[in-house]
Design a protein around this ligand. Structure first.
Ligand code: PLP
Ligand code: COI
Length: 381
């Protein structure tokens, strides 16, 4: 357990006004968590301090070789005024998987979660309550050795910052257009695709710019070897409803194992739906679209929440990502999940959805919406 020193701000910032458009990741709260690592000493000097700039030597290794990892999770405020975190233990585990791959020292899972809980508790009043908003939490580690040789750093900083945020996409929760990238690749097996680290995002920028210039929000990446199998989107995992089944690319080492992905798969299985985690080729997707079997496409992610996809572009051709014959306009599944996972009801908190499988609501994912509170094992901070 960490012994966290707390230094509160003497100059609190103005909080966003109720109803103010927050955007994503622009506004930061009054405090941040920070902790040092030194070889031989381990993680030490855990503290919560006023949000501030950090000073690093220009030779700090993170600037040169990208030895860094980050996480992303959210806090919501329940009707009882308490703060709830969405599955922070999963972020703690994934953080250490990233750390292992990047030769960054592990942080005990309980310390990772404690750091987040304590800083969120201090800035609890910053958790926005408008529908579609939350407190986005960004834990990250950077390598700080002042040295230009390529080697694992011997010193690091672990920092947690908090950002009251709204929708990640400018279009909010309206369907996004996705560009299937056939020139550049994001990651290969054996590389760092499964880790949450800056290099993956740096590698994605060129295609993202191309997609934006073409009028699309995000890139859908294909596998780095054959450019044949679908992997994931720039900031979310991807799911398809094909012929009544939920189909998503299996985790293969080059895809980020999304926590929202995991939650949605649990939820769909819990609803009694057929769920397939397997290789999905882009040819299969296009065939399904042409034959009308592609009923829905949606992305899953912490920042992106559940984002319906309205349009797919592949090889210079734009295609609707909806079944033309669907009686419900082809978005019932997405809406069901959105209604369940997005914290749009003031009396519900997303932190309460921690599925363990359990009994089935045999409604095929449509119609009746199970009460999240039935399955809740979340406790307020
Ligand atoms: N894939 C990528 C590349 C991401 O950046 C994210 C966002 O974190 C996801 C998938 C979704 O992961 P999660 O649901 O854990 O946020
Ligand atoms: C998240 O959803 O938490 C992410 O880290 C995505 C990020 C690229 C905004």
């Amino acid at each position: 357990m960490l012994n966290i020193r707390v230094e509160k701000t003497t100059a609190p910032k103005a909080k966003p006004a109720p109803g103010q458009k927050l955007g994503f990741g622009h506004i930061f709260t009054d405090h941040m968590f920070i902790m040092d690592y030194t070889e031989g000493q381990g993680w030490h000097d855990a503290r919560i301090v006023p949000y501030q700039k950090i000073e690093l030597d220009p030779s700090a290794m993170v600037f040169h070789y990208g030895q860094t990892m980050f996480e992303g999770l959210k806090a919501y405020r329940g009707a009882n005024g308490e703060a709830y975190l969405f599955r922070p233990d999963m972020n703690a585990k994934r953080a250490n998987n990233s750390n292992d791959r990047l030769c960054i020292p592990r942080i005990p899972e309980e310390d990772f979660v404690q750091a987040i809980k304590e800083v969120v508790a201090i800035d609890k009043d910053w958790i926005p309550t408008e529908p579609g908003t939350s407190l986005y939490i960004r834990p990250f580690i950077i390598a700080t050795d002042e040295f230009l040789g390529v080697a694992p750093s011997k010193t690091y900083l672990f920092i947690v910052i908090l950002s009251p945020s709204g929708a990640y996409y400018e279009s909010g929760l309206a369907p996004v257009g996705i560009w299937i990238e056939d020139e550049y690749v994001r990651a290969v097996r054996g590389g760092i695709g499964f880790a949450k680290t800056g290099g993956n995002y740096a590698a994605s920028l060129i295609a993202q710019v191309k997609a934006h210039d073409g009028g699309y929000s995000q890139v859908l990446w294909l596998d780095g070897v054959e450019r044949k199998y679908i992997e994931e989107v720039g900031a979310m995992n991807i799911m398809f409803k094909i012929d009544g089944k939920i189909v998503t690319p299996m985790l293969n080492g080059s895809i980020l194992p999304g926590i929202t992905r995991n939650s949605v798969l649990h939820l769909c299985r819990h609803w009694g739906m057929d769920v397939e985690e397997r290789k999905v080729s882009v040819d299969e997707l296009i065939e399904a679209q042409k034959s009308g079997k592609l009923e829905e496409v949606f992305g899953t992610g912490t920042a992106a929440v559940i984002s319906p996809v309205g349009k797919l572009r592949y090889m210079d051709e734009a295609r609707p990502a909806r079944s033309p014959t669907s009686s419900d306009g082809g978005c019932a599944q997405t809406e069901n999940i959105v209604n369940f996972i997005n914290p749009i009801d003031p009396d519900l908190t997303s932190g309460s959805i921690l599925y363990t499988g359990g009994g089935k609501h045999d409604d095929g994912g449509r119609g009746q919406r199970p009460d999240r509170r039935e399955h809740s094992n979340a406790a307020p901070l």
